[in-house]
Design a binder for this molecule. Structure first.
Ligand code: BGC
Length: 484
């Protein structure tokens, strides 16, 4: 067992996201999200031609979900509200009564059994009606996000005291607006991903300030944001150019979001600003592809979070780019200019991007702590961490992953003094994994997607996590693969 234990005030939870588990895509007055619309039109987007129409059917099976959370022994449940389930057109002139009731009931049922919901407002399921207007490239959509947030605070703020505005704006903008790996699959040639980044940061800040002014005085809750980061490991730590490449990656993918919110500067990092400005100039743009904040906006963004939600899965290896300069299609990748290798470990069945490298987690936590001086009153919450495989219930690799990654969290707390205050495993149960459909599974509980009941079965990793939560320690021998 690890000699360290989790401090008394450290919280354990489990995470999900609405689109990935709810199903009931057109029930209860729900409007379409851009994922519904896009997947119905482009069934080949996922390798198994699947979508979120039914998913794990949590819209109907939430009472069973709650029992599963209880069995894990965790006291916190991080989940998201589906924006189009609450506001079918994305706008607050039309609030779905059934949608509003659904979340109210769910929150109350959780609280009855002492599980505190932590609620994400935007986990990628943009209402189609607003995506049709340009989604996060249209600054007007910020108004509608603010209206939606206000509806949510009004409806639930009496019982929900911890909110996160956005889940992983980076994955959303980079893969959805820059590339075609996520919906809306815009492939925007270096412009759309930065508009998305810019307006998401502003949207976050507006909701934070709105809560502060209109709700915090009497609801007394906290509002944060969830950012994501892979750790970037230089291919050769003794080579200056590899170290530079790793730093460039972190600046362009993590600090572009973290720096405006969590630094004392309140703006994009100088590195990012200069890099995108220079590249834009070279490419013949007469303005930078990265928009500028006004002074007023900087004031609003700076310090606009009560905690730093961090999602972490894997480590990539970095070296200088081998891209030819003539391959000059503007993009965030091109701006970053590094070569990313993912093969840190031997291949195993699962998503290619997710290789297991536990020490990267501790280094990332230290990076966040050192660069953003995370203080006692602004803690880090690990809002997601987990691993995918093909879905077997004897998931020894997932058991080892959670043990090893949580061990790195313990080291970061006890040996490095990093202010981490909580951990949420990704994810409660197998779900719709975005562009992987149902081909890879992250759940602590298996979901039999072929059965009409969407039967749930605990995996060994659920038992192991429950043991960690109960003992507040990691016992590496609690579950061991059979010796063959
Ligand atoms: C997202 C989840 C997703 C997970 C695993 C994170 O980027 O927040 O929605 O399922 O990674 O791919």
């Amino acid at each position: 067992a690890s000699n360290y234990s989790f401090p008394d005030d450290f919280i354990f939870g489990v995470s999900t996201a609405a689109f990935q588990i709810e199903g009931a895509w057109n029930e209860g007055g729900k409007g379409e999200s851009m994922w519904d619309t896009y997947l119905h039109k482009n069934p080949q987007f996922t390798p198994d031609r699947s979508n979120g129409d039914v998913a794990a059917d949590s819209y109907h099976k939430y009472m069973e979900d709650i029992q599963m959370i209880q069995k894990l022994g965790v006291k916190y449940y991080r989940m998201s509200i589906s924006w189009p389930r609450l506001l079918p057109n994305g706008t607050d002139n039309n609030i779905s009564r059934e949608g509003a009731m659904y979340y109210r009931t769910l929150f109350e049922e959780l609280l009855k059994v002492n599980i505190t919901p932590i609620v994400t407002l935007f986990h990628w399921d943009m209402p189609t009606a607003l995506m049709d207007l340009g989604g996060w490239t249209n600054p007007k959509v910020m108004d509608y996000f603010e209206d939606y947030a206000r509806v949510a605070f009004n409806l639930y703020g009496d019982i929900i005291k911890t909110w996160t505005t956005l889940n992983e704006p980076h994955q959303h903008c980079y893969n959805g607006y820059g590339l075609d790996y996520f919906v809306p699959a815009l492939m925007s040639h270096g412009v759309g991903e930065y508009l998305c980044t810019h307006y998401l940061l502003l949207s976050h800040a507006r909701v934070y300030r709105m809560y502060e002014k209109e709700f915090r005085p009497y609801q007394k809750g906290k509002v944060g944001i969830t950012l994501d980061a892979f750790w970037a490991k230089p291919r050769d730590a003794n080579k200056a150019e590899d170290v530079l490449a790793a730093n460039a990656y972190l600046h362009m993918h993590l600090d572009i979001y973290a720096h405006p919110i969590f630094s004392d500067v309140g703006d994009y990092p100088t590195f990012v600003r200069e890099r995108v400005n220079n590249m834009s100039l070279e490419q013949g743009f007469s303005r930078s592809r990265l928009p500028y904040f006004t002074d007023e906006e900087i004031l609003a963004i700076k310090g606009s979070a009560d905690f730093f939600g961090l999602n972490h899965y894997t480590t990539f290896i970095m070296s200088p780019s081998s891209m030819e300069p003539k391959w000059n299609v503007p993009s965030l990748d091109h701006d970053t200019g590094v070569k990313v290798d993912q093969n840190l470990t031997w291949p195993r069945p699962g998503p290619e991007w997710l290789t297991v490298y536990p020490p990267g987690f501790r280094q990332l936590l230290n990076y966040v702590q050192d660069n953003y001086r995370m203080l006692r009153d602004i803690p880090i919450l690990i809002t997601e961490n987990g691993m995918a495989d093909l879905g077997q219930t004897e998931d020894y690799e997932r058991v080892a992953y959670f043990n090893d990654y949580l061990h790195q969290v313990l080291l970061a707390i006890h040996e490095d003094g990093v202010n981490v205050k909580g951990y949420f495993a990704w994810t409660l149960m197998d779900d719709f994994e975005w562009s992987d459909g149902y081909t890879f599974k992250f759940g602590l509980y298996k979901v039999d997607f072929d059965s009409p009941e969407k039967t749930r079965t605990p995996k060994l990793s659920a038992k192991n996590y429950a043991n960690i939560v109960r003992t507040r320690r990691i016992d590496f021998n609690y579950i061991k693969p059979p010796i063959i």
